[in-house]
Each structure stands twice: as structure tokens, then as C-alpha cells.
Design a binder for this molecule. Sequence first.
Ligand SMILES: NC(=O)c1ccc[n+]([C@@H]2O[C@H](COP(=O)([O-])OP(=O)(O)OC[C@H]3O[C@@H](n4cnc5c(N)ncnc54)[C@H](OP(=O)(O)O)[C@@H]3O)[C@@H](O)[C@H]2O)c1
Length: 246
Amino acid sequence: MRRFEGKAVLILGGNAGIGAAAAQLFANEGARLVITGRNETTLGDIAAQTGAHAIRADMGVLTESRDAITAAADHLGGIDVLFVNAGVGGFAMVPDVTEDFWDGIHDVNLKGAFFAMQAAVPLMRDGGSIVVTGSIGSVAAVPGNVAYAAAKAGLRAVARIVGKELLPRRIRVNMVSPGPTDTEIFKRDASPEEIQGMRDMLSGVVPMGRMGTSEEIAHAALFLASDEASFINGVDLYVDGGCVEL
Ligand SMILES: NC(=O)c1ccc[n+]([C@@H]2O[C@H](COP(=O)([O-])OP(=O)(O)OC[C@H]3O[C@@H](n4cnc5c(N)ncnc54)[C@H](OP(=O)(O)O)[C@@H]3O)[C@@H](O)[C@H]2O)c1
């Protein structure tokens, strides 16, 4: 399939995990791509693999993020598809949540994502598509996940309202919400034993008995971004091996 032939696609957080998998799939289907992220090395690696143009920018630093989005739109000549995927994780039980911990998650996952959309929307073509990466954490009562869950639940509300406001411009706004997915997000700063322990624990909570792959989430994101989903607007698609519904 070449669903994105010639389309201008901007992936915020496109240099690892789900975003990197999406970059590869968009490239395979003919998209012209810009990816962002903070890590110069992985940005270079994914750019080389996919042919994407990479821009280093921290989505939690609003001026930097806005400048990157403007530069991306200039490079692409407008934006057809915006994938707001960048996000950070972190666990702390309620008594242990500090203001810095809360802000570290919310500055990227909610505030950064909102202001990125605000900056990108005027640069998008009418009839385009926005996909936002949420999380099943927004609807699950997982101990220790309060800051992250609140940010992603807030992002769900943001996506609904942005989608409603963009109806006159025929820009669809949908979310893809992963369940436990085998990416870097839970591996950074962990030992191999800790990583295996997390894998076993997370696989155990998924009805299908395993974690998802980045590609499985990215496939859903591409579907929502594509014309195949032309009558799908405002949904939050759980890609979670049955965690929420089974
Ligand atoms: N993996 C899961 O189990 C899971 C479950 C539910 C939801 N999610 C969501 O899925 C999305 C992708 O995560 P992932 O699992 O693929 O994790 P990942 O492998 O850690 O990738 C995260 C991506 O976001 C980028 N990013 C993080 N903070 C950023 C910032 N401040 N500015 C710009 N880019 C930033 C990262 O690049 P840099 O590090 O270079 O900045 C990377 O490209 C996130 O929104 C996450 O919350 C993941």
C-alpha cells in the first residue's frame, strides 16, 4: 500500500519505539517525513533508515517545540499528517509524587503535546489528520501511575476538543492508546534483570499474554491517519491485547 504517497508527515517523537516504527511505515508508504526528538544519535539513525529529515527539539520546551514545528512545515511545504507521539513515563505512588516529578511528566505529555498541536494546526492543510498517542493508563487504576495517567487523561480531553474545533477544516483528530508495549520507555536506566522482570510483569497483565510491539501500535496510528479512516473522528483506539475491554 502507498497510502501516504507525497503526503507531508510530521512525527513528534519519531526517533525511538512507536514513533520510529511509524516513521519506517510512513516512509514505506511514500510519505515525506520530518521527525523530532531530543537524542541526536537516534535522530540521525532513524533519519538515515527512513529518509526522514530530523529536527532536534524538546517538546517540553515550548519555544523550541514551536520553532521545530515551523521549521518542519517549511521543510515539508505544509503538513498533512501530524503524529503527536512524544511522551515520557515514570512511576511514583501518591505519597511520593513531588512537584518536579509531576511537572516532568505533564510538561511533555500534556502541556507540550497541547502547545505542539496549537502550533502545528495553522500550518496544516485542510482535510489533514492528527493522531495523538494516549495510553490505556488514562482509564486504568494502576498504582504508581497517577501523574502519567492524569496527563494522558488530560490529553484525551484535549484531543476531543481540538477535533471538535477542527471540524470546519475537515482535520480529523484521533488517539491511539497503547497497552504495555515493548519499547525503550521502560528500559532506560534499568538492568537486564529489571527489564526482564518488567516484561514478565507487564505481559502478565495483558489478556493476550504478551506485550505489544512498536509496529503493532504504529500500524493503528497509520490507519487512523489514512483515508481508510475517513469517517473515524474523535476516537481513542485501544491497541492493548484486550487490557481494557477483556
Ligand atoms: N510503551 C508503552 O508501553 C506505552 C504504553 C502507553 C502509551 N505509550 C506512549 O507511547 C508514546 C511513545 O512511547 P514509546 O513507548 O515508543 O517510548 P520510547 O521508545 O521511549 O519513545 C518515546 C519517544 O518520545 C520522544 N520524546 C520523549 N520526550 C520527549 C521530549 N521532551 N521532546 C521530544 N521528544 C520526546 C523520544 O525521543 P527522545 O528521547 O530523543 O526525546 C522518543 O522518540 C508515548 O507518548 C508514551 O507515553 C507507551
